[in-house]
Design a protein around this ligand. Structure first.
Ligand code: NAD
Ligand code: UDP
Length: 347
């Protein structure tokens, strides 16, 4: 175990894509993990393999509500990942998304204040909005449209950051704020509407691959294991308060380039189909990761093609598992291949 001591860790949003990998990594390091999740966008199958581990516990609750009494206990570390991250999903109930970031973070900060735990907030590159500064450095204050459909997420995260730094300034809690850039890997939900899961699912099925707009908008994609390593380093960092820290892979790709790579890796003949660009879709995204490198000694290690190959392999296994399940039950229902990723999103 790193640092030689088993910690008590709460992972809010632990049944989600990133959160479930974080639970795995924390348990692998010997810590005790309580996963707090409402299963709004998370899935039981992401964490089912942990149910038999005596160091793992699950509490089903919504962070917007007062925390259940069984969580009013001592934790060393509280990771706040609870929030839908996919645009169609966080826009499905914008009021709840905003409150999840604001009230949820407040509830968890109070828990930290009461028990002495340190909180890590999963913030986002979205707080930079449609950025005028490129690459995005932590000192850049962002360009967010407060009235648009993405604001419930972006402004919620901005307010959550504000709460964190107010608690830090007031000496009420120790905080760490990670500004996470687009992350991908196994356990992405095939139907939550994000670009990597959409195009892989479409390419494997031989369906048309959807590119929104002209595909020249850029994102920088980080493999999930690298991100989890960065989150854990940031949480355990013991120097002076570092302020917000960008975590992401600076390799910047247009969406057209991402799609080309996925089609090559999957050896798919899927055609490309164009759909309108969503409102306020940011034009470019690339993290300046100088602070993460200097403060945490962290940088993303996994080349994008390697990460995409691992992700594609996982999606292929999922398809096989799903087909096996359908053959077993001989039911015709909402199976893996009956839904389309672009129609997305049954929560
Ligand atoms: P996800 O949707 O897979 O996971 C979010 C988890 O939070 C789910 O298990 C969901 O059920 C849970 N949740 C949502 N609202 C909740 C609530 N009110 N109460 C309790 N649980 C709730 O998303 P993800 O990709 O794993 O993202 C995890 C975190 O990282 C999010 O906070 C997201 O904003 C942040 N983030 C992710 C990315 C990315 O590319 N994946 C980028 C930037 C920031
Ligand atoms: N996108 C796309 N096809 C899809 C899904 C998304 O071209 O099937 C685009 C989307 O418009 C955006 C980029 O891919 O420009 C990343 O989208 P995602 O929802 O994954 O993340 P975010 O917009 O939050 O960065």
């Amino acid at each position: 175990m790193k640092n030689g001591k088993a910690r008590q860790v709460l992972v809010a949003g632990g049944a989600g894509f990133v959160g479930s990998h974080l639970c795995d990594a924390l348990l692998a390091e010997g810590h005790h993990v309580v996963c707090l999740d409402s299963f709004l966008t998370g899935r039981r199958r992401n964490i089912r393999h942990l149910y038999r581990d005596s160091r793992f516990d699950l509490v089903e609750a919504d962070v917007v509500e007062p925390l259940p009494p069984r969580l009013k206990r001592r934790f060393d570390y509280v990771y706040n990942l609870a929030c839908p991250a996919s645009p169609p999903l966080y826009q499905a109930d914008p009021e709840h998304t905003l409150l999840t970031s604001v009230l949820g973070t407040r509830n968890l900060l109070h828990l930290c204040e009461d028990t002495g735990a340190r909180l890590l907030m999963a913030s986002t590159s979205e707080i930079y909005g449609d950025p005028e500064v490129h690459p995005q450095v932590e000192s850049y204050r962002g360009c967010v449209n407060t009235t648009g459909p993405r604001a419930c997420y972006d402004e919620g995260k901005r307010a959550a950051e504000t709460l964190c730094f107010d608690f830090e300034r007031g000496g009420r809690a120790e905080v760490r704020v990670a500004r996470i850039f687009n992350t991908y890997g196994p356990r992405l939900d095939a139907f939550d509407g994000r670009v990597v899961s959409n195009v892989i699912t479409q390419a494997l099925a031989g369906d048309p691959v959807t590119i929104y707009g002209d595909g020249r908008q850029t994102r920088s994609f980080c493999y999930v294991d690298d991100l989890v390593d960065g989150l854990m380093r940031l949480m355990t960092y013991e120097g002076p308060p570092p302020g917000p820290v960008n975590l992401g892979n600076p390799t910047e790709l247009t969406i057209n380039e991402l799609v080309e790579r996925v089609l090559r890796i999957t050896d798919s003949g899927s055609p490309v189909t164009r759909k309108p660009l969503p409102v306020d879709d940011p034009t470019r995204r690339r993290p300046d990761v100088t602070r993460a490198r200097e403060v945490l000694g962290w940088s993303a290690k996994t080349p994008v093609d390697e990460g995409l190959r691992r992700t594609v392999a996982w999606f292929e296994e999922e398809r096989e598992r799903e087909e096996g399940r359908r053959e077993d039950t001989r039911t015709v229902g909402a199976g893996f291949s009956e839904r389309t990723p672009d129609s997305a999103v049954s929560i």
